[in-house]
Design a protein around this ligand. Structure first.
Ligand SMILES: [Fe+2]
Length: 322
């Protein structure tokens, strides 16, 4: 439904499209999009809620603003103040609403992620389908749903990072030529859950904007062991995923943790996830530094002596720089 925008002034208020990142899909107001010319279209309604996939498409197309009716301004302000953190931590919110919000966040984060790379549409589509399938799989059982909700309730960065590491891991695994499709999905799940142990560590340590003290570093380093404890013996999570979670901070030169094992003894998929982890972290904006470009990030990884598997690092430009 469209109408003339001659009426926009005084009737509609522009709002930043980015304000819909990581919010629930239930809206108590209608949302409009200004079209070219003098028209405004009704794009999301209070009866059906937000569609994150479509929202992500608008962002990709370069749309910066959406519109709401003037009389809905208060409802919008209340809506925007309810972040996903508060939703996932609120025991009064039903598991159904939490999972719907989680799936919507997943869709939007993946769409945003792919908009940063020049990856073939078919490959992107496949990776998205895989992530979607194991997020769905984990939602089906109360134990794995609990695990995934902890991941998301520990901050949007951790969840976004987990999706990125999952997808990058699958790309690197594929380019390595070492695995069949099914196993690549296992590597993807390992990437998705690699930092699950961080959910057991205080938020102020995990998201500290300043350098950590020695004691805090010690606590941070325990996330590999904590992650293993959380997921081992969990139906639906293969043992291979546990090895990945446990070993993703080991280094080729034996100076990593938790066990300081050397390259040949590190589980190969854990080496893949270690690189994906570094790449995702470097291209993300952090409180203490701006984001690096993909090219800069690959260069940093390449020159990090003794950390990563050199043969795997060599694959990165062909995968991520086109
Ligand atoms: Fe980690």
């Amino acid at each position: 439904m469209t109408e003339q925008t001659g009426e926009i002034q005084g009737k509609y208020i522009p709002i930043d499209i980015q304000s819909f990142r990581n919010v629930t899909r239930d809206i108590s107001f209608d949302i409009y999009l200004k079209l070219s010319g003098d028209n405004i279209a009704h794009v999301f309604s209070r009866s059906t809620g937000l569609d994150y996939k479509r929202l992500a498409q608008y962002i990709q197309k370069g749309i910066r603003e959406l519109y709401i009716r003037v009389e809905d301004e208060d409802a919008y302000k209340i809506f925007i103040s309810a972040t996903t953190d508060s939703i996932f931590n609120d025991p009064r919110v039903s598991p159904e609403k939490k999972t719907a919000t989680l799936l919507n966040m997943t869709e939007q984060n993946m769409s945003e992620l792919f908009s940063q790379f020049n990856i073939a549409e078919e490959t992107a589509h496949k990776a998205q389908t895989v992530v979607r399938s194991y997020v769905n799989l984990m939602i089906e059982s109360p134990k794995t749903l609990g695990i995934i909700l902890q991941l998301v309730s520990h901050g949007e960065y951790l969840y976004y990072h987990s999706i990125a590491v999952s997808i990058f891991s699958m790309f690197i695994a594929k380019a390595s030529g070492q695995f069949h499709q099914k196993f690549m999905e296992t590597v993807g799940m390992g990437g998705f859950l690699h930092d699950i142990g961080s959910t057991q560590i205080k938020k102020e340590v995990v998201s500290s904007p300043t350098a950590l003290t020695e004691e805090q570093w010690c606590e941070m380093r325990s996330h590999t062991q904590l992650g293993l404890q959380m997921i081992q013996n969990t139906p639906g999570i293969p043992a291979e995923v546990c090895y990945i979670v446990y070993q993703h901070h080991e280094k080729m030169n034996g100076k990593g943790y938790p066990n300081g094992i050397f390259g040949p003894n590190i589980y190969y998929p854990a080496k893949i996830v270690a690189i994906a982890d570094a790449l995702s972290a470097l291209i993300s904006k952090r409180p203490f530094r701006p984001a690096y470009s993909v090219k800069e990030a690959i260069e940093i990884i390449r020159t990090e002596e003794g950390h990563f598997d050199k043969e795997l690092v060599k694959l990165l430009p062909a995968i991520f720089l086109k």
